[in-house]
Design a protein around this ligand. Structure first.
Ligand code: F6R
Length: 613
């Protein structure tokens, strides 16, 4: 989603801002812009619709230089993607603003600003912030004060960067509901919405807390809380490695991240299991005590993380014998849910910044203060880790491709560990079952390596989708959630319409869709529902569909004309099967998208981290 980078340095900052924007591209955006304050205190701006390289080309022909500046990648919410709606926005040639988030009361603010004589040059909600700061400048002693007064008038969420030609040595930044951090460099101080933007200049970061406002100059960083009191925030050294953002020998980050899964899972498991036990403190030092207090689980998540949650519902109820509800966060946050005491409330979010999930978590805590909250996230310094009682980090490393791959499978590993931990605490699994689960998890990297060997065969199958507009994915039990994940992957990166169904539901309606133009993809592990699934596959096949079945080598699905059967591996259990069967579905969508020539790592309209609702 939108990205911010800005700073004040002792040399021209424009190249650094441009580099920062390139590093934020993975988050998804549709226009970008950059502004600096020149030697003679003039705001110099360039904006471009489309990719950052379009902005770069404009900057080549119209060079701009200055030691203080702001830059932004915009994912359109209010107003179409266009040059005029791209940030930074300017008021009266003196104030410039970049903004992530949404200003909910912008319509009323805009109305009164028009009455005050302000002219609007964009359709965005952001422009009201620039004009409000300009307005308050008249009654303030500093840019900081004008921003503080402005923030009091705003309803909604913001990550904000502000510069002014009247205060050429100051940069003001603020956050509320949208992440923002400060980077401390040798030659300057910087702001960004994401560490990645600044990794080329620093590894020293300060993560702002909710409603912090910061005043930066070349030498000094002063942070104020919402009451205006100066506060100290810790400096953290990032352990993100620059090399993690290189493609290496791969063509796409999604492909790289699919192949990184064996290592990502090893990293998730590192120090979370012993020879045959789960380390319960992996969820937090109080986890053992907290888990003893709970007797049901509520999970909220979005997209792929929601699919991981659906798998976990099967595991928690089947294996740990704990009741579990799962809901998409965007719906949950607007209900009046009943949350019983002794609930473990789990929020799953790769980025840890998804607005709907953060809000659902906050609302749950308001409804029942006694619940224990746990987040499963891939981002150590994210907002979600700050507001959860217990934290489990998936440690998958940065995921750059917009479509989730290694983040999803490592979330499943985290949820498998949670199932085991709760099962042990509730005494619903014994030592030998715990040992079996741990051994299954240890086998995962090898099993994934084995599954990845099917890539050539899957690549050949992908040609069948060239002229298809729709596809169905089938699974039963926890594999229904994996079918949903397969359908989401295909939709996201190949733009082919895809839907998933529990195979037993087909005859209640969707079977009417089956014809020769509707490929059906099924996942068939060797489990207790296999014979039921086989009957469902017969029903589909006899209606003339083209089928692809990914099966366990022991499943022995009966071959039929028009059906391709790809044996994956064998000896999978309830925990390992959903994780392993995800891999061929990821590879299938990747190769279909490759044939279709889509922008695989940055699919249209999508953002990596959905920080607005
Ligand atoms: C799908 C995908 C999205 C995310 C969803 C939640 O490939 O990446 O559906 O899973 O936006 O994001 P997080 O997990 O960051 O909260």
């Amino acid at each position: 989603m939108c990205g911010i980078v800005g700073g004040i340095a002792n040399a021209n900052i424009a190249p650094l801002l441009l580099e920062g924007l390139k590093r934020l591209e993975y988050r998804g955006y549709d226009s970008s812009g950059l502004i600096v304050l020149s030697k003679n205190n003039k705001l110099l701006r360039q904006r471009a619709i489309g990719k950052v390289c379009n902005l770069e080309n404009k900057l080549k022909t119209n060079k701009i230089e200055g030691k203080i500046g702001l830059a932004h990648t915009r994912w359109a919410t209010h107003g179409e993607p266009s040059d005029k709606n791209a940030h930074p926005h300017i008021s009266k040639n003196s104030i410039s603003v970049v903004h992530n988030g949404i200003i909910e009361n912008y319509v009323s603010l805009k109305k009164s600003q028009i009455q005050q004589g302000y002219q609007f040059s964009s359709e965005t909600d952001t422009e009201v912030i620039a004009h409000a700061i300009d307005f308050f400048t008249l009654s303030s002693n500093s840019l900081l004060e004008a921003v503080q007064k402005t923030l009091k008038t705003l309803k909604g969420s913001y990550g904000l960067g502000v510069i002014s030609s009247n205060h050429p040595n100051k940069l003001i930044a603020a956050r509320k509901g949208s992440p923002l951090l400060i980077g401390i460099g040798d030659n300057g101080n910087y702001i960004a919405s994401d560490q990645m933007a600044l990794l080329s200049v620093t590894k020293k970061f300060i993560f702002l807390e909710e409603e912090d406002i910061v005043e930066l100059d070349l030498k000094k960083i002063t942070i104020y809380n919402s009451e205006g009191t100066i506060v100290e925030r810790p400096i953290k050294i990032s352990n993100l490695m620059e090399g993690k953002f290189d493609l290496g020998t791969y063509d796409h980050f999604m492909q790289k991240e699919i192949f990184e899964q064996p290592q990502a899972i090893r990293d998730t498991l590192e120090s979370r299991i012993t020879k045959d036990r789960v380390v319960i403190s992996a969820f937090g030092y109080k986890a053992k005590e907290d888990f003893q207090k709970i007797n049901q689980v509520q999970i909220v998540a979005c997209g792929s993380s929601y699919h991981a949650a659906l798998v976990a519902k099967y595991w928690l109820e089947d294996i740990a014998k704990i009741s579990c509800n799962v809901e998409v966060a965007s719906e949950y946050r607007y209900r009046r849910p009943i949350i019983l005491d002794k609930t473990l409330f789990v929020a799953i979010s790769q980025s840890g910044e998804t607005a709907d999930i953060l809000e659902a978590l906050k609302i749950a805590k308001k409804i029942n203060k006694k619940i224990i909250t746990l987040c499963i996230s891939n981002s150590a310094e994210s907002s979600i880790t700050r507001i959860s009682d217990l934290v489990f980090l998936t440690n998958a490393g940065p995921e750059v491709g917009v479509a989730s791959t290694k983040a999803f499978t490592t979330q499943l590993v985290g949820l498998a560990l949670l199932t085991c931990a709760l099962g042990v605490i509730k005494k619903s699994i014994d030592k030998s079952q715990e040992k079996n689960i741990v051994n299954g998890l240890k086998r995962l990297p090898g099993l994934i390596d084995e599954t990845l060997l099917q890539e050539n065969q899957i690549q050949k199958l992908s040609t069948k989708f060239i002229d298809k507009n729709s596809a169905l994915f089938l699974g039963r039990g926890a594999m229904y959630a994996i079918a949903m994940e397969g359908a989401l992957k295909l939709k996201e990166i190949s733009y082919i319409h895809a839907e998933a169904f529990p195979a037993g539901e087909l005859k209640h309606g969707p079977i009417a869709l089956i014809d020769n133009n509707m490929p059906v993809i099924a996942v068939a592990p060797n489990d207790e529902l296999l014979s039921k699934l086989k009957s469902n596959l017969q029903e589909v096949k006899s209606r003339g569909s083209q089928m692809i079945v990914f099966e366990d080598k022991d499943s022995k699905v009966m071959p039929m004309k028009g059906m391709e059967i790809i044996p994956i591996t064998s000896n999978l259990g309830r925990i390992t099967a959903p994780i392993i069967f995800t891999i061929p579905l990821q590879l299938l969508s990747y190769h279909v998208a490759l044939i279709k020539g889509t922008d695989i790592d940055k699919p249209r309209n999508l953002a990596k981290s959905v920080t607005v609702e």
